[in-house]
Design a protein around this ligand. Sequence first.
Ligand code: ATP
Length: 278
Amino acid sequence: MSADSTPTNPNASTSKETANPAVDGSELIRFDKVTKRFGSNTVLDELDFKVDSGKHVTLIGPSGSGKTTILRLLMTLMKPDEGTIKVGDAYLTHEDRGGKLVPAGDKHIREVRKNIGMVFQQFNLFPNMKVLRNITEAPVHVLGLSKDEAEERARELLDLVGLGDRGDAYPTQLSGGQQQRVAIARALAMRPQVLLLDEVTSALDPELVAGVLDVLRDLAHSTDITMLCVTHEMNFARDISDQVLMFDSGRIIESGSPEKMFGDPDHERTREFLSAVL
Ligand SMILES: Nc1ncnc2c1ncn2[C@@H]1O[C@H](COP(=O)(O)OP(=O)(O)OP(=O)(O)O)[C@@H](O)[C@H]1O
């Protein structure tokens, strides 16, 4: 892997799937007045934010401030109580019926969600399937790729994550860091426009963290994929982010470039948070 070439789209492919739209800096994700409550706990409070295509945005903030909830809403693992979420031209939360927004049905949700890939803290690979099949399973069954196409793509992605020779291994034969790299390849195999990363190194032994972050750094620097990342690895956030958003109690209290946010934040809460974690 190298980051020295012209940016490429990891979604570019010879497959029959429609290529993703060119990365043109247009808006890819938009939250409008999104509220999420658990009982009396308002976790997100009329949250507005957007991510432009091709950008790498990192969410930071104290535990419980709502960062993971944002990613889970985007994966439709939960629904907002109020507000709309848009991905590209389509609402994830709603269907547009002649200008009238109605709650999205399952088919619509599945279609919009195809644009989103996520890597979780736990790798969640299928233990009874070899690595290659872990990566080809969804593209074959969800995208309808042929087995050959899916395998060709999977091998390219295994090369990308530095595991080109491990396609025939079972997950349990790999280290946690290697399994997480397979999980990254698996997410990319669906050709998402946006990759969500939720504390992807926090379940790893310390010596395995760097290898996974290096893969993601390379991906961020050498491709055009949009990333939305929750991490406690502040050096990594500084390296890859175009924008850092500081959350507190379900609101964005400050945002800016990594230089600004890590170097000279405006908000006292941001300074307190960073002094505790850096
Ligand atoms: N399924 C759920 N049921 C009830 N409460 C929940 C649920 N999921 C999250 N919460 C609550 O929502 C709040 C925000 O959680 P979230 O995981 O989004 O925070 P976070 O900023 O990602 O925190 P961390 O950095 O610790 O992962 C917390 O108070 C949490 O307890």
